[in-house]
Design a protein around this ligand. Structure first.
Ligand code: AHG
Ligand code: MN
Ligand code: MN
Length: 320
């Protein structure tokens, strides 16, 4: 089944379907650019910039953002907010749905041929002015998903009726359904965290990881393995496939005292997909989808994945 028929089957509202299809077309274009041959000379000609928020911006971050905007302009989207732009864009129509995106997730993996992706989220304006519409809680999402540009180009999506996986058939230029109603296994013995930041962690994170590392002879009485790609989309893909827990907690670095990942562009869309697949996504205290959004580029801790492990982490966190 292709994406068009899937959206029909799930009785997705027409405007949402149309926006999702535009995002899929944008992703096909981004995927083609990523796969095109670039010489070392081409790469060194393009420079890296710093965005309004002090984050490194690579040329592909910017061009992915521009590609998404060009496709959304032709869709019924009312507005767009992105990790790469300070404020939102108003498409100046009276339509209902707004789009959030991390146009290129995993920037640091761009030049090393490791999976990167595009994350998106769609909400109703709920009759609010655009500035207010863009700071609604994640529980208002109507659809979310992410594309991965890896060995295959894939799309993991929810329209609020389960989480489904598609892969791009490059010959047909269409996304084809591979798995419907994905369920994240409740138990796992794999964790994902950037352990280089150990010295900045809170006590709950330190205890949780050290108990995993203690393996069979420790309190968890089982051995764990660790994976960290460094692209949220790739780490999440693995977890939707075979289970696992992902942790990017807040830490003691001044810039990341509220977490590193963005609530609206990263944590909310991933959390919606996770909840639709029987997993849990939390900031340690609360479900991500219940967090209040106060500003567009707000950061948040993000811990998600297999239920048993995320609840174990939450238990330690509640004792802080
Ligand atoms: P982005 O490239 O959109 O800024 O996001 C990168 C994120 C995420 O993909 C990944 O999980 C995390 O940053 C990795 O952070 P560290 O480099 O701190 O490990
Ligand atoms: Mn990102
Ligand atoms: Mn990004």
């Amino acid at each position: 089944m292709d994406l068009d028929n899937y959206l029909l089957k799930k009785s997705t509202e027409e405007e949402i379907s149309s926006i999702v299809k535009s995002l899929a077309d944008a992703a096909i274009k981004i995927s083609t650019i990523i796969r095109s041959v670039k010489t070392q000379e081409d790469v060194s000609k393009t420079d890296t910039k710093i965005n309004f928020d002090g984050d490194i911006q690579k040329p592909l971050d910017i061009s992915s953002d521009e590609i998404i905007i060009s496709f959304l302009k032709k869709s019924p989207a009312a507005g767009y907010a992105s990790e790469e732009q300070e404020g939102h864009i108003d498409f100046k129509n009276n339509n209902d749905f707004i789009v959030f995106a991390d146009p290129l997730d995993g920037s640091s993996n761009i030049d090393v041929n490791v999976s990167i992706g595009t994350i998106f989220s769609i909400m109703s304006k709920n009759n609010l002015p655009l500035e207010k519409a863009f700071i609604q809680n994640g529980s208002n999402q109507k659809s979310s998903g992410f594309f991965v540009y890896g060995p295959q180009t894939t799309l993991l999506i929810t329209v609020g009726a389960g989480t489904s996986l598609f892969a791009l058939d490059e010959l047909q230029g269409k996304f084809i359904l591979i798995r419907d109603n994905i369920v994240i296994p409740e138990t796992t013995n794999e964790f994902a965290i950037n352990a280089a930041y150990k010295r900045y962690w809170d006590c709950a994170t330190l205890k949780y990881i050290s108990e995993c590392q203690d393996g069979e002879s420790g309190p968890r009485k089982k051995n764990f393995g660790m994976r960290w790609v460094g692209s949220l989309v790739a780490d999440a893909s693995r977890i939707f496939n075979r289970g696992g827990i992902f942790l990017y907690p807040a830490d003691m670095r001044e810039k990341y005292k509220n977490g590193r990942l963005r609530l609206t562009y990263e944590a909310n869309p991933i959390a919606f997909l996770v909840e639709q697949a029987n997993g849990v996504a939390t900031d340690g205290h609360k479900n991500i989808l219940n967090l209040e959004v106060n500003e567009l580029h707000q950061r948040s801790p993000l811990i998600f994945g297999s239920k048993e492990e995320v609840l174990e982490y939450k238990k330690l966190y509640s004792k802080l």
